[in-house]
Design a protein around this ligand. Structure first.
Ligand SMILES: C[S@@+](CC[C@H](N)C(=O)[O-])C[C@H]1O[C@@H](n2cnc3c(N)ncnc32)[C@H](O)[C@@H]1O
Length: 227
């Protein structure tokens, strides 16, 4: 899969197809998450979330990983358009299936419109790899497309998603044939859903997951119950 050929027009395509909807989805929880120190963005693409995150948390150190050189270029240009400098931002051109993030380091992980590119067998490999990079108490923000729950909304999302899959398969070589909900994989990797919002008649969702902490084993928990 390569997004290089789409990179120069990806932002325009997004505006034409969804207006500001995808960006609202990406930034739904940006104002309310705890300020992060180290941020890991995977498949960040054109950098619209990167720019918003940099504006919101100017002192956070951000690692931005994408397999597409063209997308990384777009992300840097997006920062420049916002008159933001790149200090403290690391751009990494790499495949997330082979790139090794620093273990237990990041207190914010971001995978917007990224996990929906992958098949279930790929998510089963990828999500635990990403989860290992999370610090205790880390937040994981992910916006994704989804199948709406009922009625005409479900029919609408089924048609849009089928068209999108055909388009992205032809344009990028996307291997996923359908949408796989990422939630069970995050849960299995030790995260729990903290907040969720749905948009665009249920076609998009924005999720805030947090890493579950092991139950506190304080003196009360450790002591034997009185007999
Ligand atoms: C659908 S775009 C999403 C871009 C952006 N995050 C957004 O919110 O619109 C998927 C992005 O993931 C990147 N990507 C796809 N597979 C990848 C992989 N195996 N490793 C790293 N990046 C990958 C693509 O280059 C592209 O920039």
């Amino acid at each position: 899969m390569s997004f290089d050929s789409l990179a120069p027009v990806y932002a325009l395509l997004e505006r034409v197809a969804a207006g500001g909807g995808m960006q609202r989805c990406r930034t739904a929880f940006l104002e309310v998450i705890p300020p992060p120190r180290l941020v890991l963005m995977l498949g960040e693409g054109h950098g619209r979330f990167l720019r918003a995150c940099r504006e919101r948390f100017p002192s956070a150190e951000i690692t931005c990983v994408d397999a597409s050189a063209g997308m990384l270029r777009q992300a840097r240009q997006e920062l420049a358009r916002g008159r933001l400098d790149e200090s403290g931002i690391h751009f990494v051109k790499a495949d997330v299936f082979t790139w090794e993030p620093q273990s237990g380091a990041y207190d914010l992980i971001v995978t917007h419109f990224f996990l929906d590119c992958f098949r279930p067998d790929e998510l089963a490999l990828l999500v635990p790899r990403i989860a290992r990079a999370a610090a205790p108490g880390a937040s994981w923000l992910l916006a994704d497309f989804q199948m709406a729950a009922h009625g005409w909304r479900r029919l609408r999302s089924r048609c849009i998603l089928a068209l999108m899959h055909v388009f992205f398969r032809l344009a990028t070589g996307l291997s996923a044939r359908s949408l796989t909900p990422p939630e069970p994989f995050l849960e299995k990797a030790g995260f729990c859903e903290h907040r969720r919002v749905e948009m665009n008649w249920g076609l998009m969702k924005s999720l805030w997951w947090r890493r579950q902490e092991p139950a506190a084993a304080g003196p009360a928990a450790a002591a034997d119950p009185p007999r």
